[in-house]
Design a protein around this ligand. Structure first.
Ligand SMILES: [Ca+2]
Ligand SMILES: [Ca+2]
Length: 463
């Protein structure tokens, strides 16, 4: 470096050590933050000197070929020496682009890059997992909605709901060796008046006329189906699986406890055991790992054990949590609780069934019509001594079906009962328990047929 002042040589050397990728650096230098552009002021007196500097600085300069070095002139004050004017060229240098092979990263740089990349990956992976989970969850909810609608159709057509499928018909239950066949299981196979083998099991998709796929949740495992089949509680009726037991006033035998610890009554549950599939039955006939299930999940795959207090089958529907220490343990089930009204109301609005009060009144009116028809058919005598035999040959033991109870109420008209012009009193009285399922309480429904009522009809024919 001919004509290159020693002072500048050393300044240059320092700069090279700091910025050249080929130079060995001290740990302190390595840790120094790398800057894309460094400004180094070299008081070069000529452009040639400046260019020479650039070559040795292993750096791009504002070279004589490109943006020119900026001339600077400063006045410095040196104590005792007065003012001195210093002139030269400002050199703006930046690191040379380095060949990839030699492009080194300091440990700090590398770790920053790694942190950023891993953060991005984490975001990406968790985003993908969220998308997958959301999509499986929405597929699950949509399937549950379709199953609920199918159950309403089945109830409309059959006056009852199917029993759960607990394995091939005739087998004791689902095990790894026995795949569910999608057909309901009853104590007497194929006999719809016999009780369910179990109140909980796999959704009986074939009995419902659904495909196997429709019985699978968003994670490809069978939905658990829990149906009210409680015959121990007679009023209100809670067995939905036998047509003679199902009533317009039937209520659910299941309660679902939510996060607020509120019990919601349901007639049917359609349960997905979530991403973990703890306790779920798989298409292979195996059961998902039960050892990872929380206490509430356990209840959900164990057929909702009956709660001693309420006497109802109890299951749980809570927000998703991975926290095993949360009340009820970890939980990722997606539970659709279908209420009695959700199942029955479409039947009422479509006129397939009468709502309870109208149902009771219709039974009462039908009995009244029967007595009138009997009387007219067995009319004896002529005006004014006509008698109408409403039970001339046998006792009429009319069974009025209480929509709010499993028990019928009899209305007995003894043999030989007649209506004459002077007949008074009540011929028949029956009382439904009402929505509370108990006698009294101000909600009972009464059916009363009086002699005066019948006389007023008969009068039109000749009293
Ligand atoms: Ca079956
Ligand atoms: Ca009552």
């Amino acid at each position: 470096m001919k004509n290159f002042p020693t002072e500048k040589k050393s300044q240059l050397q320092n700069w090279r050590i700091l910025h050249s990728p080929l130079q060995k650096k001290s740990p302190v230098q390595q840790a120094a933050p790398r800057q894309a552009k460094q400004t180094l002021r070299i008081a070069s007196n000529t452009p040639q000197e400046f260019f020479l500097f650039c070559l040795h600085a292993y750096a791009y300069c504002n070279s004589p070929f490109g943006p020119y070095p900026q001339h600077f002139a400063e006045t410095h004050q040196y104590p005792g020496h007065g003012h001195q004017r210093k002139m030269g060229y400002d050199t703006v240098v930046k690191n040379r682009p380095q060949p990839l092979a030699s492009a080194g990263f300091s440990l700090v740089e590398l770790s920053i890059v790694l942190v950023i990349v891993s953060a991005l990956l984490t975001m990406l992976v968790s985003g993908m997992l969220n998308v997958a989970r959301n999509s499986a969850e929405s597929a699950t909810r949509s399937s549950q909605g379709a199953i609920r609608d199918t159950l309403i159709g089945y109830l409309r057509a059959n006056g009852r709901l199917p029993c759960p499928d607990i394995g091939p018909d005739g087998a004791a239950g689902i095990s790894s060796a026995t795949l569910p066949d999608g057909l309901e299981n009853r104590s007497v196979a194929g006999n719809a008046t016999s009780p369910c083998s179990s109140g909980a099991g796999v959704l009986p998709y074939a009995t419902l006329g659904l495909t196997q796929e429709a019985a699978l949740d968003g994670w490809g495992n069978y939905f658990t189906y829990v149906v009210s089949n409680n015959t121990a509680l007679v009023a209100p009726p809670r067995d939905w699986t036998i047509s003679t037991a199902f009533r317009s006033g039937s209520v659910g035998a299941i309660e679902v406890i939510n996060d607020a610890n509120v019990a919601i009554q349901a007639a049917v549950l359609i349960i997905s055991h979530g991403a973990t599939a703890a306790g779920a039955f798989t298409v292979k006939g195996t059961q998902g790992d039960t050892s990872i299930a929380g206490a509430n999940e356990q209840a959900n795959y164990s057929g909702c054990p009956v709660d001693a207090g309420s006497g109802l089958a109890r299951c749980f529907s809570r927000d998703l949590t991975d926290n095993a220490a949360a009340a009820g343990g970890r939980f990722d089930d997606i539970v659709m609780a279908v209420s009695a009204d959700t199942l029955k109301n479409p039947l009422f609005t479509q006129g397939v069934r009468l709502p309870p009060a109208a149902d009771w009144q219709k039974q009462c009116a039908d009995l009244r019509d029967q007595l009138i028809a009997n009387g007219l058919a067995n009319r004896v005598g002529i005006t004014p001594l006509v008698s109408y035999g409403i039970a001339p040959a046998a006792t009429i033991n009319a069974k009025l079906i209480d929509p709010y109870s499993a028990n019928p109420h009899s209305c007995v008209i003894p043999v030989g009962s007649q209506i004459v012009a002077t007949s008074t009193g009540t011929l028949c009285a029956a009382t439904s328990m009402g929505v509370d399922g108990a006698v009294g309480g101000g909600d009972d429904l009464v059916c009363t047929i009086t002699a005066a009522e019948l006389r007023s009809v008969f009068a039109k024919t000749g009293f």
